[in-house]
Design a protein around this ligand. Structure first.
Ligand SMILES: Cc1ncc(COP(=O)(O)O)c(C=O)c1O
Length: 481
């Protein structure tokens, strides 16, 4: 059996003492009124929580948050190892953002998105144009990531028609990617359930995506990545370039297990798209706004996409905001009379949401959270790397900002995953939560905390993962080979 990871967590112990965090105090015992009521009336969003698990265990109902800590209605505190859902970049409890929102709501909460706007939304568009790479300087607002992806698809398809290619409607995406749950976005999402929602949007094909741990071609490093890019080109040729509107991918795909592509992959994909007149969409919904140690992950690769989607960290979750930034050349045909974009979302460019996003970006810049993400990401990876001594940790990936994945296997030689339904995985998810760490445990265990996380908190998170892994490995020793 593996040894428990032995890092001398002096600072963590001091922090735990100071914050009075007991080692094992997060069981849901007697239910709080809100927890009981949630079971009666709330239908939680889910792509992994079964109804019986929900009613048996209940949902954590969080009442407040500060920094990287969440407190539930029973007064128990948790370390938010997932920043909500990869998005509370500036941390919880920022009253400065609340004040900006209140001020805007008191003055003017809403203006119609189709034929008017407001100063808060204009200011946010200007900020986004200034911080996105290259000439991505035209911004369309919406309310979240899925809407951003739908918008990007519509922009790409209409742009191709306006450029004189009326048959370019197909979209190439990557296996393992996640782009959202509305119909078009879901059609590009590998985990979408065909049996409930198929047939999906016509003209979508999925190609392999960079993976240095289980490469589809049995190739290592950059060579494997380049093969993925060339496979995309083959797919464009197979579909006929005259039919392909766009290629879409997350610069670093959290959904696909946080594999870090080589710059050569994105640069090659950029060249391929240019060669065939295909638009490149980078989905920065998770990776934007400092998550990967750059304002946008595209910067790591020296590539400017034609269209960039963003949401999540744009407001750190203080308001539902999404946006699509478009390059000048792509936008240009929309300016001709008769070519206006055929797209309208009532809440796109909401004044209060824009005020929240602007204040959030101001904080990211003022507190140098992008740099902090890069620095703390390196620390997180260093500690997480120590978990490799566990028999069930096949790989540890990250180091580009605060996006880290611990790949869980039952056999290190064959790299066989447990499968998300296995009691080892379910048990690990439950135990980490009971120990006070919010994370996500599927085939990989994700850590993506707020960018304000401190070193002791990073140590705390790794200590919990370490001891919960040991506990599960003892319990399922017979299943590990
Ligand atoms: C890369 C990516 N795109 C799109 C989405 C969809 O965003 P939303 O859940 O805000 O609709 C997500 C959500 O996690 C995402 O990770």
């Amino acid at each position: 059996m593996c040894k428990v990871l032995r890092i001398t967590f002096e600072s963590f112990r001091a922090w735990r003492k100071e914050n009075d965090v007991a080692a094992n105090d997060h069981h849901i015992g007697t239910r709080h009124e809100a927890e009981a009521s949630a079971i009666e009336h709330l239908w939680p969003h889910s792509n992994d929580l079964e109804w019986d698990e929900y009613t048996e265990r209940g949902l954590r109902v969080f009442a407040s948050g500060q920094g990287s800590t969440l407190t539930d209605v029973q007064g128990r505190s948790y370390l938010d190892g997932l920043a909500g859902l990869f998005l509370v970049n500036v941390g919880h409890g920022r009253t400065e953002i609340a004040a900006a929102m209140a001020e805007q709501a008191g003055r003017l909460a809403y203006t119609a998105s189709s034929n008017s706007t407001n100063p808060a939304t204009v200011a946010l568009a200007e900020t986004i144009a200034s911080i996105t790479p290259g000439d991505l300087d035209r911004v369309f607002f919406c309310s979240g990531g899925s809407e951003a992806v739908e918008t990007a698809l519509k922009i790409a398809k209409q742009a191709q028609v306006l450029r004189g290619y009326p048959k370019r409607y197909k979209v190439i995406c990557r296996r393992g990617s996640y782009h959202g749950q509305t119909f078009g976005a879901m059609s590009l999402t590998s985990s979408a359930k065909e049996r409930y929602f198929g047939p999906f949007m016509a003209g979508v094909s999925k190609v392999p995506s960079p993976n240095h741990y289980r490469n589809d071609f049995g190739l290592e490093g950059e060579a494997g990545d380049l093969m993925c890019a060339r496979y995309a080109e083959q797919e464009i040729l197979a579909q006929g370039p005259e039919h392909v509107a766009a290629v879409i991918g997350e610069p670093i795909s959290a959904a696909n297990g946080t594999h870090l592509p080589s710059p050569a992959y994105w640069q090659e994909l950029r060249r391929i798209c240019d060669r065939h007149g295909v638009l490149l969409i980078m989905d920065e919904v998770i990776t934007g706004f400092g998550r990967t140690g750059a304002m946008f992950a595209a910067e790591h690769y020296g590539v400017v996409p034609d269209i960039m989607t963003m949401a999540k960290g744009i407001s750190s979750g203080y308001a539902p905001v999404g946006a699509v930034a478009v390059r000048r050349e792509v936008f240009e045909p929309f300016t001709k009379h008769g070519n206006a974009i055929n797209h309208l979302l009532t809440f796109g460019g909401h004044a209060v949401a824009a005020a929240a996003a602007s204040k959030n970006i101001e904080i990211i810049q003022r507190e140098h959270l992008v740099e902090r993400s890069a620095q703390m990401g390196r620390y997180l990876l260093k500690l997480a790397d120590g978990l490799r001594q566990h028999p069930t940790v096949g790989d540890v990936r990250g180091g580009k900002g605060l996006l880290c994945a611990i790949d869980l296997v039952r056999n290190k030689e064959t790299k066989e995953s447990w499968g998300t339904e296995h009691p080892f995985i379910k048990g690990l998810a439950l135990r980490t939560q009971e120990r006070g760490l919010i994370t996500r445990v599927w085939d990989v265990l994700h850590l993506a905390p707020p960018l304000v996380i401190t070193e002791p908190e990073v140590e705390h998170a790794i200590e919990i993962v370490d001891s919960c892994l040991t506990e599960m490995e003892r319990k399922f020793a017979d299943a590990i080979s």
